[in-house]
Design a protein around this ligand. Structure first.
Ligand code: SAH
Length: 256
């Protein structure tokens, strides 16, 4: 009887250990000082490949440029060290200042919805870690991105520069006002939840251009909208899927 009880206890302890294993930080030692060893790099590249197949292709994203971008951009280098082991999990992650880097699938889906190409000039609102900016920058000609939290904006600027994403420009400001000096844009992507589509962004969209933006609905989440401006300047809006983003804050409020 005692023996059976002992075996049951061992089984329970083993189960508990394995269920916590993904959260135990195993890898970071090998990327101390920001230097990756060859094996860590290869390991992350493999995790990325699996992420693309199981989370992105499996859910219907097809655009080859988007899949190539998701396969090449090292997401783990956009995530704070303590969460790095979870970089390729099917979930958003904390990036500091109460903000998050979106789930990989949502990044891929929004990039595909934007339908951009290598001669496009694109604006992103909500730089965060700079990951979405890096993904887009591998596809488009120029990527302008605005972040309202100074600390995040500065970190992302540094990171993007270090990783060689040279066609990205970061500005620290209220993105709901857009970037008038660089307008008009072929496409605009908003990666924070807006109460409504900001007028300046509609104005700064080129005729024939499109915007992808999560807008608050009545269900404590947002509708992911595709907003298209036709050649005559008319706006057509399509609702796609429900999503959940951190809020787009107003400049004056956040400055306090
Ligand atoms: N695209 C990011 C994740 C976005 S999280 C990435 O790939 O990591 C949303 C970001 O929007 C946060 O960093 C938040 O600070 C920023 N944000 C919120 N309101 C904003 C505003 N009005 N203007 C610019 N950025 C804003």
């Amino acid at each position: 009887m005692k023996f059976i009880a002992l075996i049951i206890i061992v089984i329970i302890i083993t189960c508990i250990f394995y269920s916590f294993r993904p959260f135990i930080n195993r890898e970071d030692v090998s990327i101390a000082n920001g230097k990756e060893t060859k094996s860590t790099k290869e390991d992350y590249a493999l995790q990325r490949k699996i992420m693309v197949e199981q989370q992105i292709v499996a859910r219907g994203v097809k655009n080859k440029k988007v899949l190539d971008a998701m396969t090449s951009v090292p997401r783990h280098l956009f995530v704070p060290e303590r969460y790095r082991h979870g970089s390729y999990f099917d979930q958003p992650l904390l990036i500091g200042s109460g903000q998050t880097i979106s789930q990989p699938y949502i990044v891929a889906l929004m990039t595909e919805m934007l339908d951009v190409d290598n001669d496009d000039v694109v604006l992103e609102i909500g730089t965060g870690s700079g990951y979405q900016a890096a993904v887009l920058s591998t596809i488009v000609k120029e990527l302008y991105t605005i972040e309202i939290i100074e600390e995040l904006g500065l970190q992302a600027t540094e990171r993007l520069k270090k990783l060689g994403y040279d066609n990205v420009k970061v500005k620290i400001s209220d993105g709901s006002l857009g970037w008038p000096e660089k307008a008009p844009f072929d496409a605009i992507i908003v990666t924070a939840a807006a109460p409504k589509i900001p007028d300046p962004l509609i104005k700064q969209l080129k005729p024939g251009g499109r915007m992808v933006i999560p807008v608050d609905n009545n269900y404590y989440s947002q509708d992911l909208l595709i907003v298209e401006k036709d050649e005559d300047g008319n706006i057509v809006t399509r609702n796609t899927i429900p999503v959940r983003f951190v809020p787009l804050v107003e400049g004056e409020k956040s400055a306090k």
